[in-house]
Design a binder for this molecule. Sequence first.
Ligand code: NI
Length: 262
Amino acid sequence: MWLDSHCHLTADRFDEDRAFVLARAREVGVKEMVAIGSGYGIAANQAAVDLAKTEPDIYATVGVHPHEASESDENVLAKIREWSVDPKVVAIGECGLDYHYMKSHRDIQREVFAQQIALARELDMPVSIHVRGDEPDAYSEMLEIWLAEGRGEIQGVLHCYTGNLPFALLALEANFMVSFSGIVTFKNSASLREVAQGLPLERLMVETDAPFLAPEGHRGKRNEPAFVVRVGECLAELHGKELSEISQITRHNAQTFYRLGS
Ligand code: NI
């Protein structure tokens, strides 16, 4: 039994065959999927909330992606607050800092991220974090804002983690879980596999981040939640565990993190 802790199920790349995509995931034992509301335009959060309302095994997050930070304003924050009331909305995000693409100005990214952390703290909700870029260092700036606005009172997940081990260990101390995507399976991701190996299983989650980043064996194709098993296989190998144990642990971690069924 698996839980895809981060996928973009409402992306238009699934419009033609979404029902089949969900069916394939269920067939391989994916029991829950967390549909990320942000990343495809702020208005598109609504689609994730609607999908979660109609599918019992799908949950949603709502937020403003760092790429879209320049489109955010007070009305957007009010809307996030409104969406978050739905019982199937389980987290704020994905939000964070992306200095790799820098699609929104750095100051605006920082401000919109800080606002969402403050909101998550107020609403007592976990946060899905996107962080990318070394110059300037998005990781240390993210952590600084996280500590200042979260005040140690909320939990976050570093989604699709591609950073180094020292930062991941620092993040564990700051109430973060770490989630790995298909990137960890790529042939050229040996150093990321070392990171995954160096972290305790009880703090790990698996995700696809579908429709992008299909794992090794499916590279170049559209990604989908059924492929989360491939990420789990990689973790099983790295930690010397049975696949069933990895699925059980990562699912339990994500259920606890997102407070599913509570
Ligand atoms: Ni994502």
